[in-house]
Write a protein that binds this ligand. Structure first.
Ligand SMILES: C[S@@+](CC[C@H](N)C(=O)[O-])C[C@H]1O[C@@H](n2cnc3c(N)ncnc32)[C@H](O)[C@@H]1O
Length: 226
């Protein structure tokens, strides 16, 4: 579904077709690391912080943040994902503002303290991803945090094996029409390019050894001039 932004047309993907199984598949495929990379963000959330989850899916991270005392808004193109998230929140006795719609078309007022894009930016092709990243940053107040959980760029001796594993997953979603083909993005480079400050990077490895497969990244929007 194409979404209009100021300067370009970005190709988004609606995950309605896999809403019931996405989180489970991701969990099994990654031996729990996909979830771990999202949950590692919780320590950076203050109680009462206004947090926006972009492409929230069925939102295990958004639910955890709401239960930890954050004021959560979650948006996803997929109304099935949002419906699932609504039911799960009710079961857990947690609250969040839920929006079924285009995360690139928001005009938040006031701006958010934290914006999270978990396994969201990699849905977009290499031309679109930097545009989406800038868009996400525009939703943050100066001094606010951008949090990303996603695939780690393969490095080191076992990097080629990690690359094969990650590319297999990406290609599977590409075959389903749910992702574009692209290199494993290095969000540190992208964030530096747009003037974000790096706060923390946590790598997640199988059994704590071997190459990093997934990564948690925390950036700060400078108080002035991001
Ligand atoms: C790979 S899934 C990740 C879901 C969730 N963040 C997670 O970690 O489980 C990407 C999600 O982004 C959503 N999405 C893609 N483009 C979007 C857009 N422009 N606005 C809102 N959601 C979008 C899809 O519907 C899908 O649910």
């Amino acid at each position: 579904m194409p979404s209009s932004t100021d300067k370009t047309t970005v190709k988004s993907r609606n995950y309605d077709a896999v809403a019931g199984v996405y989180e489970t598949i991701a969990h099994i495929y990654s031996f729990g690391l996909i979830r771990r990379a999202k949950m590692a963000q919780l320590r950076y959330l203050k109680r009462g912080a206004r947090v926006l989850y972009l492409g929230a899916g069925s939102g295990e991270d958004a639910i955890a943040a709401a239960r930890a005392g954050a004021r959560v808004t979650a948006i996803d193109l997929s109304s099935r994902m949002i419906e699932r998230l609504r039911r799960r929140l009710m079961r857990k006795g947690a609250r969040a503002e839920l929006i079924a719609g285009d995360a690139l078309a928001l005009t938040p007022d006031p701006l958010f303290d934290v914006v999270a894009g978990n396994y969201f930016f990699n849905v977009f092709g290499p031309k679109d991803m930097p545009v989406v990243l800038v868009r996400a940053t525009s939703y943050l107040r100066p001094g606010g945090l951008l949090m990303i959980a996603d695939m780690a760029p393969p490095r080191g001796l076992l990097g080629p094996l990690a690359w094969l594993y990650l590319k297999f997953g990406l290609s599977f979603f590409w075959l389903l029409g749910l992702a574009s083909q692209h290199p494993i993005y290095d969000y540190r480079v992208e964030a530096q390019r747009i003037g974000l400050e790096e706060v923390a990077v946590h790598d997640h490895r199988l059994l704590g050894i071997g190459p990093a497969l997934y990564r948690t990244l925390i950036f700060r929007k400078p108080e002035k001039g991001a």
